[in-house]
Write a protein that binds this ligand. Structure first.
Ligand SMILES: [Zn+2]
Length: 301
């Protein structure tokens, strides 16, 4: 059973919005592309896991923040006798293993994903211990791209290559005990720890004035559209959406980019590229947010 579905991370959503509304630097573009590639790999992993009909509890993309650090865990499978932690990597190409590091053909070293997964395992173990759960945790690094190979890799059971993943899950299905109330409570506790407000530290700099205004198509990120009374039709991919939903979605994007700015009808009117009437925007704001009457005008939260 899936306790937490995978969605685009806040980092992914922020870079996505900025990518279509301003010029990202070369390095920022790479960060955005890595988000897309990472999510694609994780979704392939999810498909494989879901196909296998496992009896445990699944938590995808768990982000736990403490005062000095944060941990992002790609996938957890909670079973009655242990937790399986999966670190999913969507690398492609060939690498060499040497002294605990991976080296690309050009000689660049990658952070050792096994060490990364093991740090997360230890962190999660201690966290659960503080909650009174002494649970064994096994961590794996999954290289989900079939076009990935490591030369000179010492034999380890902690690495799973794409072709081995279905067998890994099929073997687990045969040996997993049934879920219990105890693990359900543990799963709920972990899901509640997920930090929905996390904001990455290395975001590109941006201001409201600098960003291109308008409503982005949720499918192809085009601004170009035609509209009828109720619907908005993307001129590039043909995606159709209710105008009220498109405004609501754009308000969400605005809040993500500018969490400290008071939400007002005028700001959203500008944000949506003056495409929708202020009265229509007000209806969406009123029906989805709390209204506050302040000296300088009405705002929403
Ligand atoms: Zn579109």
């Amino acid at each position: 059973m899936i306790l937490k579905e995978r969605t685009k991370s806040i980092n992914h959503l922020l870079l996505e919005s900025l990518n279509y509304r301003m010029d990202l630097s070369f390095n920022e573009k790479i960060l955005y592309e890595n988000q897309i590639k990472g999510l694609k790999g994780e979704q392939l992993f999810d498909d494989c896991m879901n196909d296998s009909q496992l009896t445990g509890l699944i938590i995808n993309d768990l982000l736990i923040s403490t005062r000095d650090t944060h941990f992002q865990i790609d996938s957890l499978l909670i079973t009655a006798d242990r937790i399986y932690l999966y670190e999913v990597k969507n690398y492609s190409g060939t690498y060499h293993y040497r002294d605990g590091s991976l080296f690309s053909g050009s000689g660049h070293a990658l952070q050792d994903p096994l060490a990364q997964a093991d740090r997360k395992r230890a962190y999660l173990y201690n966290l659960l211990l503080n909650f009174g759960y002494q649970t064994e945790i096994t961590s794996y690094v999954v290289y989900i791209n079939p076009d990935f190979y490591i030369y000179s890799l010492p034999s380890t059971r902690s690495i799973i290559f794409a072709g081995q993943l279905p067998k890994h899950f099929n073997d687990l299905v045969k040996q997993l005990p049934n879920a219990t109330d105890r693990i359900a409570a543990l799963g709920d506790k972990l899901v509640k720890l997920h930090d929905y407000n996390f904001r990455p530290a290395n975001l590109p700099e941006y201001t409201f004035d600098q960003l291109q205004k308008g409503i982005l198509c949720p499918e192809c990120f085009s601004f170009r559209h035609t509209a009828s009374r109720q619907f908005r039709l993307c001129s590039d991919c043909g995606h159709q959406e209710k105008i009220a939903e498109a405004i609501h979605r754009s308000i969400g994007e605005f809040r993500l980019l500018f969490p400290a700015v008071d939400l007002t009808k005028d700001f959203i009117y500008e944000w949506c590229g003056r495409d929708c009437s202020k009265s229509r925007i007000q209806v969406v704001l009123k029906s989805n947010y709390h209204t506050h009457f302040a000296g300088r005008g009405t705002y929403y939260s």
